[in-house]
Write a protein that binds this ligand. Structure first.
Ligand SMILES: [Mg+2]
Length: 188
């Protein structure tokens, strides 16, 4: 069986980080309004410290929702491939106990993707170390390294990726899970 590495944030679920920012600022920003990947880019610099404190008490995954078709297609793929959910959980910036975020991720995966065993969860930051046949991620940098098929999952923040950038990593841009289903299960 071929092994597939599937990213979690912005590939299986989304919206949690932005919802916390909106609650903090009392705003209604949408993902499409973000200037880049990070929702906290919407926070005025002078309030960032206060925001990081606020964030520590939040569960991102309480506000996250499933990406369209993700669960349905992943379940089909799991019958033909060995699926590994590979997700980063650490970033210096929040200066918090990241064990909490890891647990919140774990619980979300258990609740929403029950057909993938926790034996197949990989919590790591440098995904280039993973020797999987197929990789699916919304960040091009996470597709570096091993992999015979690499798919950049279309997201609000990666719309301006160029053909040259994709070529350099050996990746193909996919519009969503239905396209992945067609490619990986040959469903028309
Ligand atoms: Mg991601």
């Amino acid at each position: 069986m071929k092994k597939i590495m599937v990213d979690m944030d912005e590939v299986l679920c989304t919206g949690g980080y932005l919802e916390i920012v909106n609650r903090f600022l009392n705003t209604h920003y949408t993902l499409e309004e973000l200037p880049g990947y990070c929702a906290e880019d919407m926070i005025p610099k002078e309030r960032l410290k206060e925001y990081y404190e606020y964030f520590k008490g939040q569960n991102v995954y309480e506000y996250s929702y499933e990406i369209k078709d993700a669960v349905e297609v992943l379940e089909k793929l799991s019958k033909k491939y060995e699926i590994y959910i590979c997700t980063a959980y650490y970033a210096d910036v929040y200066k918090m106990d990241y064990g909490r975020l890891l647990l919140d991720k774990y619980i979300w995966l258990q609740e929403h993707i029950p057909f993938i065993s926790p034996y197949h969860y990989i919590f790591m930051n440098d995904k280039s170390l993973l020797e999987c046949d197929i990789k699916i991620d919304d960040r091009l940098s996470n597709l570096n390294g091993y992999g015979e098929q690499k798919y950049l999952f279309s997201s609000y923040h990666n719309g301006n990726v160029t053909e040259d950038e994709l070529k350099e990593v050996g990746a193909t841009l996919v519009s969503g899970w239905k396209e992945l289903e067609r490619i990986l299960l040959d469903v028309n």
